[in-house]
Design a protein around this ligand. Structure first.
Ligand SMILES: Nc1nc2c(c(=O)[nH]1)N[C@H]1C(S)=C(S)[C@@H](COP(=O)(O)O)O[C@H]1N2
Ligand SMILES: [Mo]
Length: 265
């Protein structure tokens, strides 16, 4: 395929993909000048990322309103319950913001209000936990690919790491009597999964603000992945070329305990 037609079909696919966003309640989205700017930025992602756009973006099944579970089951941390988090709860999360940094040209800080002002996607999907349960719910949030396009990943960025606000366990004491703080939950996706159209920074479940037990105020949804790949209480995003030096080095809290890094379903 020539360089030019390759590029054109890439743009067509990207537009189609943004079109799915438009269907979710933002019909004039594709016409806005800043969106055309983002299309340009998306195009500037590495050739590897372009190939990924072309290949692996099949959608996870979506369901109807009638399929939504009356109560969505919660799992893992149900409340981070740190002093810092409790201050945000008390303030209605008005000061919550997500830092986006690492291997990007434009590090950003996005407040909850700024994320809410961006185009949204709503999807009714089935959550599958490795512990053997699933639940159907309706999630609304900002497509992560739009945030990444704003931050402009550098050519060597391969993974997107999400850092959460919940410590996993209690502080302990080591042999020399030093207090050892527990690790915080974290997770990572590769750029293919991170730019998938159903990968969103969700702030609503079933049409309401995300409850604390489901990750308030922002949790990731990556609908082709198992539950543990969808971090709740997201406070920082970092683009990296490797996660070897992050916590246990396996790319996620549960991966560090032995789970597979690839949690696709
Ligand atoms: N920050 C954080 N994210 C997390 C977890 C957690 O304990 N902490 N648990 C994971 C697991 S194993 C599952 S199944 C889902 C549960 O999401 P839910 O509570 O909204 O059902 O969140 C995932 N994300
Ligand atoms: Mo899970």
């Amino acid at each position: 395929m020539s360089e030019r037609s390759d590029r054109r079909s890439f743009l067509a696919r990207t537009a189609a993909l943004l079109g799915t966003v438009a269907l979710a309640g933002c019909t004039d989205f594709a016409q806005q000048p800043w969106v055309i700017g983002i299309l340009g930025e998306v195009e500037n992602l590495t050739r590897r990322a372009q190939r990924l756009f072309a290949g692996g973006h099949a959608l996870a099944p979506e369901y109807s309103k009638a399929d939504i579970a009356p109560t969505f089951r919660a799992n893992g941390t149900l409340n981070p319950n740190t002093n810092d988090y409790n201050v945000h709860v008390a303030g209605g999360f008005k000061d919550w913001a997500i830092d986006v940094g690492g291997l990007v040209d434009k590090p950003l800080k996005l407040s909850l209000a700024e994320l809410r002002a961006m185009p949204a996607r709503t999807q009714i999907t089935r959550h599958d936990c490795v512990e053997g349960w699933s639940c159907i719910g309706e999630w609304t949030g900002t497509p992560l690919q739009l945030v990444l396009a704003m931050a402009k990943p550098k050519a060597d960025a391969r993974y997107v790491v999400f850092y959460c606000a919940d410590p996993m366990g209690e502080a302990t004491m080591d042999a020399s009597g030093n207090v050892v703080q527990p690790p915080f939950y974290y997770e990572s996706l590769d750029l293919l999964e991170a730019t998938h159209p159903q990968t969103i920074l969700a702030y609503e479940l079933n049409g309401r603000n995300l409850p604390v037990e489901h990750g308030a105020p922002i949790r990731l949804r990556a609908e082709r992945q198992l539950g543990y790949k969808m971090p709740k209480y997201v406070r920082r995003i970092e683009l990296v070329s490797s996660f070897a030096r992050i916590q246990g080095g396996k790319g996620g809290y549960w991966e560090d305990q032995g789970y597979q890094w690839y949690g696709g379903i």
